[in-house]
Design a protein around this ligand. Structure first.
Ligand SMILES: Nc1ncnc2c1ncn2[C@@H]1O[C@H](COP(=O)(O)OP(=O)(O)OP(=O)(O)O)[C@@H](O)[C@H]1O
Ligand SMILES: [Mg+2]
Length: 361
């Protein structure tokens, strides 16, 4: 068995998300003969769920071609990221804020479907609904009367856990207060509720938390973005001018607190009637999301058309991508997720680089 040639070929596999090969990424950790078999260990930049299968397939093809008679095992692991420096959410690897400058653009719908889409790729996912003005995740997940499970400990403290639905851990401002409260509860109480969602809930070990932020770019949003160790933020907009000007403000806010903007999603981009599929109406104008993304030098993550079934599903307790008949529309949402994950992998690659550097020093 020619271990060196196998190693060389494995090193030449490309990680297409990052644009580097496995040698550059120092990903090929072990290639060794164990009795008559071959054992390979690859360590890839996390999160790996979206590329693992492709890389495994390529590695299998390489080995089968070079050594057709050898049994082999390929183990693929995530490289370990430097510990999240915050006191909060320490077991969470990636935290994605979903923000919008303006209300009603579909931010909560995008946050819910992003969480669901991530989880469909076998990632462990949590969702924080931090919208103090109108928490809508309880409606989207059909969890209106849910109370967070709590457990007293021997020391007299109470541990509060997130609720769970479709394998996703969920905590919403809506679980802590009555729907009618939102408008009347005053600042300090709201702040303590928010604090509870982030600091007191036992979120445990997760690959992702998706954080549905309250709309706008005021003090509350600014404080939240500083408090939570965000990996990056996704900004949702609709195509028309009055919505896109707020994107600029959101991007500036994240720049100020040094949170990378992963990209802009344009929602409600167009409408294709089900009974007239050759017609396409740009109800809210055309191209605003792409233009503002280019102007702000952030990635344009994609267009999400208006669809009645999308609204019906989300407003009736099932995020659209969890439907079995999601079709092409769900595919669009999954592609947006993959694009967000790719951005996160680039950020994590840089984090890994800087951690190795700090060890050298
Ligand atoms: N692409 C779409 N097609 C059809 N309906 C949509 C689409 N996106 C969002 N909706 C619907 O529009 C409404 C508003 O969306 P959502 O609540 O997600 O907006 P939001 O930005 O979170 O609003 P808020 O500012 O109130 O938090 C919801 O009923 C949602 O289901
Ligand atoms: Mg909302």
């Amino acid at each position: 068995m020619n271990i060196n040639i196998i190693k060389q070929k494995l090193n030449s596999i490309s990680d297409n998300d990052l644009g580097y090969n496995l040698e550059q990424l120092e990903a090929v950790k072990i290639v060794e003969q164990q009795d008559d078999d071959l054992f390979v260990l690859l360590e890839l930049v996390p999160p790996i769920n979206w590329i693992e299968a492709d890389i495994r397939k390529t590695a299998e093809a390489i080995i089968s071609e070079l050594e057709p008679n050898v049994n082999f095992t390929i183990e693929i692991k995530e490289k370990e990221l430097p510990k999240n420096p915050s006191k909060f959410l320490t077991g969470v690897k990636n935290i994605i804020a979903v923000a919008a400058g303006k209300g009603g653009v579909g931010k909560s719908a995008m946050a819910a479907n992003l969480a669901a889409s991530l989880s469909l790729s076998n990632a462990k996912v949590g969702l924080i609904d931090g919208d103090i003005y109108g928490p809508s995740q309880p409606t989207i997940w059909g969890m209106k009367d849910v109370k967070l499970p709590a457990e007293p400990t021997e020391s007299g403290k109470t541990i509060v856990y997130p609720a769970e639905k479709h394998n996703i851990k969920i905590a919403s401002m809506g679980f802590l207060m009555q729907e009618s409260d939102a408008a009347i509860v005053r600042g300090p109480i709201l702040a303590s509720y928010l604090q509870m969602l982030i600091e007191q809930i036992e979120w445990g070990e997760l690959d992702f938390i998706v954080f549905d932020l309250p709309p706008g770019t005021g003090d509350i949003q600014l404080t939240l973005t500083q408090k939570v160790p965000l990996t990056g933020a996704v900004v949702v907009t609709t195509p028309q001018e009055i919505s896109v000007v707020d994107v600029r403000r959101s991007v500036k806010m994240f720049e100020k607190v040094k949170v990378p903007v992963l990209g802009v999603i344009e929602n409600m981009s167009y409408f294709i009637p089900e009974d007239a599929p050759d017609k396409k109406y740009y109800i809210f104008g055309q191209g605003g999301g792409k233009t503002i993304a280019d102007e702000s030098q952030v990635r344009f993550l994609g267009e999400v058309p208006l669809l009645q079934k999308f609204r019906e599903s989300n407003d009736n307790g099932l995020p659209y991508v969890l439907r079995e008949d999601g079709g092409e529309y769900a595919e669009k949402l999954h592609n947006i997720t993959a694009s967000i994950v790719q951005q996160i992998r680039k950020i994590n690659y840089e984090k890994l680089g800087s951690s190795e550097l700090s060890i050298e020093i």
